[in-house]
Design a protein around this ligand. Sequence first.
Ligand code: ATP
Ligand code: MG
Length: 183
Amino acid sequence: MFFTKLRLSGFKSFVDPTELLIKEGLTGVVGPNGCGKSNLLEALRWVMGENRPTAMRGGGMEDVIFAGAATRPARNHAEVALLIDNHERLAPAGFNEEDQLEIVRRITRDVGSAYKVNTKDVRARDVQMLFADASTGAQSPALVRQGQISELINAKPKNRRRVLEEAAGISGLYQRRHEAELK
Ligand code: ATP
Ligand code: MG
């Protein structure tokens, strides 16, 4: 499984529909300060189910919607789609019927977020679990924020263990156990 494309519309500074092709190997994003490089990474986090506004550098989840500029009005929706190559059929059970997975998250002001996988409505939890089982996701250590390396070095052993658990591919199991304990 690998990411092939990220599509954004109305998300933060990406007001017009924008596509980022993610090819095999290394992809670099370069540009001047404030051009939206970090916003792209946040879009990736967000479509995988990130629900903490602070992780998106915002005060509330609706802050991801294009807020308007001098010459353009604000939007009411933001949408991010993530395309995943699944020709090797390694996607977790329940999502493994097709060669390509398209995960879409859309947020509407005063309504909230809705998710789709291959055009079918799903819950946030389904998307979060899909990525946890695939050993990635919004909180995966595969996504490294600025300052995160030094945080890891100074982390308590318990927090550092989470990184190892993710590497071992068992974070989906932990998430399920946590939910079972809450019930
Ligand atoms: P740097 O090189 O400084 O790290 P960057 O390329 O990572 O910059 P970002 O932080 O991704 O830049 O982009 C910041 C820009 O996104 C700012 O201009 C900010 O105004 C804009 N922005 C963030 N949220 C919104 C929003 N909801 N609506 C419109 N613009 C937004
Ligand atoms: Mg940045």
